[in-house]
Design a protein around this ligand. Sequence first.
Ligand SMILES: Nc1ncnc2c1ncn2[C@@H]1O[C@H](COP(=O)(O)OP(=O)(O)OP(=O)(O)O)[C@@H](O)[C@H]1O
Ligand SMILES: [Mg+2]
Length: 170
Amino acid sequence: MLFDPKPKRRREDLYNFDEGLAMLRKFFGEPLTVVIELRRTGKTSLILTALEEATTPYLFIDLRSVVRPWKEFYELLSYCLTDFLLRISRVRGFYEYLQRILSVIKGISISGFSVEFSLDRDRPTPTQIFTAIDNVAEEYGTKVLIVFDEDSEGYRGHWFCYSEQHCLCL
Ligand SMILES: Nc1ncnc2c1ncn2[C@@H]1O[C@H](COP(=O)(O)OP(=O)(O)OP(=O)(O)O)[C@@H](O)[C@H]1O
Ligand SMILES: [Mg+2]
């Protein structure tokens, strides 16, 4: 639907982005890619469509909903990881191993696909969480794309620290 106000997810709905899609795919294996453009020019649509077309598993973190940074960030991460576990549940060994690794990190509890974080001082750091995902992915010879959408509110400098991760920031 061309006039749908939401970001597009399918190539047939996306106008004039074939070159952008091809370029973005080339960067999927890089440790960090930053997509910068003016407001409402299709950044989120471009990345969502590229992710849908790729076979690489991905975690899409929409930072627009984070107002008071850390608590809401963990709530958002819990939602995103639950969605991620559901999506990768078809990849047998990978899913089970990731579930096992995450559940031994202090401050994370997993029940079925549902991931919850402790909000006390024992909560895991984002670095611990993303490093665990990265390690499992490496073990399985794949990469996990971690996308931070709407990273314009000052998070970017922070995410740059995760140099071992495979991040895309919009
Ligand atoms: N190339 C395109 N083809 C079809 N629709 C588009 C295209 N670019 C943008 N749109 C539409 O314009 C609107 C804004 O797109 P989108 O949210 O992807 O842009 P954005 O750059 O991420 O915006 P923001 O700066 O607000 O984050 C949406 O309705 C989207 O569907
Ligand atoms: Mg956007």
